[in-house]
Design a protein around this ligand. Structure first.
Ligand SMILES: Nc1ncnc2c1ncn2[C@@H]1O[C@H](COP(=O)(O)OP(=O)(O)OP(=O)(O)O)[C@@H](O)[C@H]1O
Length: 583
């Protein structure tokens, strides 16, 4: 098994067809071809013709096999079918501003990132010339709603998250009178308790004249029962009979154990120590496995920041998009990941071409989510590696995944032939080096930004700081400063050099600022990997405050852990959620 690009049978069709046999509009065809879609995948071949006929549909295909392109094409075709013929076939159809536009298709997805990705796919396809007459806008929570209201005056395809779309319908800003298509992407997630009511309300709010389609990689009885109420007389297209594992993804697990001397007295300590072990294991995997970009999943979002710091200290540019950061920041992180400026993204369901390694630091709560996660690699029939780092309790879950859901997961060991083949090949691969250089540059930029941040902070807090004008190295050379400005510098290797006499005054600040630095270099901190580091700003966090915080976190975690353990076992052990043969 290699990581070189090949396309597995997941996306291979036997027919000698290209998209010209599926779509007729020349600009649509041009947009598809120029977006890199030459030949349709099996799900595209089966569903696009029926979707174009206006049939309601429930469709299933493995992750990353082209479902987004299916409903993007159908949405564009649905809009085209409502526009006058003379507008839709010519590339000189006039500018959008001259045309009255109404929302004609609404697509919803469970996460903001996925909604933005869908918008990007559609916008790319529209680049073939249809962008002159069709507009697609993502409307998602966390972004200013005012902008959506403005955009709705000139928007034909709305892609959004349920909460935002519903609120735009409820307030009358989304005019539903011309909507003729409603698509639910990742329908399995959309039918979870969190979103289901909103999705039902949206479906009702969009009126009765619309075609309804649902897409997912997995279906179970509950999901089908819910969808039955939303999708009337659907055609079912199911491409997978068993568990929808991707052929190109090798799956492994690696067990971590606490050492004798680590026998923790509390749940919190035990969890923390186990996570430390998992962090160390992750570092080993990153060191020995060839990969372009990796996505790491964690169940507890609070660990995401710790992991970013841990990886950054070891030279792996990483960022997270866990909750707690603003939507604007999340989108910026996604952009960096896409531009290949990050090697590691700690994230949820997103589509980045170069991801060929997925790591689970905790197992998810249900097998569907496991499949979603590992489906972030092996996109469009390529190859990838998925590793779950588990402790003793999670090992049982691996057994259940293997036995009850027939998912093949092997223990990761140097002796494993598939894995050793893979690592062996890395010796001949050179792709890491230029990437590392690019990543280093990015790290340097971030260190520079952090350094500037520090200066601002110092200036704000203490007024003008009179420091010796003693600096050297590239960081200094690249800076332009006013003569009066005095500075605290980091050289490129991250070591801080502060003028004598100012160190003590600066020390409290420094600890505070270190925590904010996105990519502290390994030399900034020589601490051992610590998952639950004490608050760095000791001047502002006396011992007692720290203990309170630890206690609070401990009790939080206890609750979460207890609840999750119960949910996890109920979910995996007792039930047969994945009845994939139903359709
Ligand atoms: N016909 C095609 N030819 C080449 N590449 C394609 C084709 N269709 C889709 N792709 C690429 O495959 C990747 C996955 O496609 P897409 O996101 O549509 O899959 P999906 O089934 O919707 O995945 P998920 O279930 O994870 O959302 C994307 O990078 C997309 O650009």
């Amino acid at each position: 098994m290699t990581l070189d690009r090949f396309h597995s049978s997941d996306v291979h069709i036997n027919e000698n067809l290209d998209f010209s046999s599926l779509v007729s509009n020349p600009m649509l065809l041009k947009g598809l071809t120029e977006s890199g879609y030459q030949r349709p995948s099996p799900i595209q071949l089966k569903t696009i013709p029926m979707g174009r006929l206006g049939l309601d549909m429930i469709a299933q295909a493995k992750s990353g096999t082209g479902k987004t392109v299916v409903f993007s094409v159908i949405a564009i075709e649905s809009v085209l079918s409502q526009l006058p013929k003379d507008l839709t076939n010519r590339s000189d159809s006039g500018s959008k501003s001259q045309q009255q536009q109404y929302p004609r298709a609404v697509i919803i997805a469970p996460t903001r990132e996925i909604a933005v990705q869908i918008q990007d796919v559609i916008l790319n396809i529209l680049q073939g010339g249809l962008n002159k007459i069709i507009t697609c806008v993502a409307m998602i929570g966390g972004m200013p709603i005012q902008k959506d209201k403005e955009n709705l005056k000139r928007c034909s395809i709305v892609v959004g998250t349920p909460g935002r779309v519903l609120s735009l319908i409820d307030t009358g800003h989304l005019d539903t009178s011309h909507v003729r298509l409603f698509v639910m992407d990742e329908a399995d997630k959309l039918m979870e308790d969190l979103y289901r009511d909103d999705v039902f309300k949206i479906c009702k709010g969009l009126g009765s004249k619309k075609q309804v389609m649902a897409f997912s990689a997995t279906y179970d009885d509950d999901l089908l029962a819910h969808l039955d109420k939303l999708v009337k007389n659907p055609v079912y297209v199911m491409l997978t009979n068993g568990t929808p594992e991707l052929e190109g993804v090798l799956q492994f697990y690696k067990t971590v154990k606490l050492r004798q001397e680590q026998q923790a007295s509390t749940v919190f300590m035990r969890q923390t120590q186990l996570m430390e072990e998992k962090f160390a294991e992750l570092e080993g995997i990153f060191t020995h496995t060839p990969f372009y970009q990796a996505i790491v999943f964690l169940n507890h979002t609070r660990r995401a920041t710790d992991l970013v710091k841990f990886l950054a200290r070891r030279g792996w540019p990483a960022m997270h998009i866990a909750s707690g950061i603003s939507q604007v920041e999340r989108l910026a992180v996604m952009e960096k990941a896409r531009k290949f400026e990050l090697r590691v993204l700690i994230a949820r369901g997103i589509d980045i071409d170069r991801v060929n390694l997925v790591v689970n630091m905790d197992l998810p709560r249900d097998p569907e989510t496991y499949l979603h996660r590992i489906g972030r690699t092996g996109r469009y029939g390529t190859t990838g590696l998925a590793v779950s780092i588990v402790d003793d309790t999670e090992l049982k879950t691996i057994e259940i995944l293997k036995n009850e859901f027939s998912i093949s997961i092997h223990e990761l060991s140097a002796e494993d032939k598939a894995y050793s083949d893979l690592t062996q090949q890395s010796k001949n691969r050179h792709h890491e080096r230029p990437l590392q250089a690019a990543a280093d540059q990015e790290q340097f930029k971030l260190l520079e930004a952090a350094r500037k941040d520090k200066e601002m902070e110092i200036r704000d807090a203490r007024g003008k700081v009179e420091l010796d004008d003693d600096e050297s190295g590239p960081a200094a050379a690249s800076r332009q400063e006013t003569p009066k400005e005095k500075r605290t510098l980091e050289s490129t290797d991250g070591a801080e050099r502060i003028a004598t006499g100012q160190k003590e005054a600066f020390a409290g600040k420094k600890r505070k600022l270190d925590r904010r630095m996105p990519f502290p270099s390994p030399t900034v901190s020589e601490q051992s990997p610590s998952v639950a580091e004490p608050p760095a700003d000791k001047t502002h966090s006396p011992e007692s405050e720290h203990q309170d915080a630890v206690r609070e976190e401990e009790s939080d975690l206890k609750e979460e852990t207890a609840q999750e353990t119960t949910e996890l076992y109920e979910h995996y052990a007792g039930h047969n959620a994945c009845n994939f043969g139903r359709l």
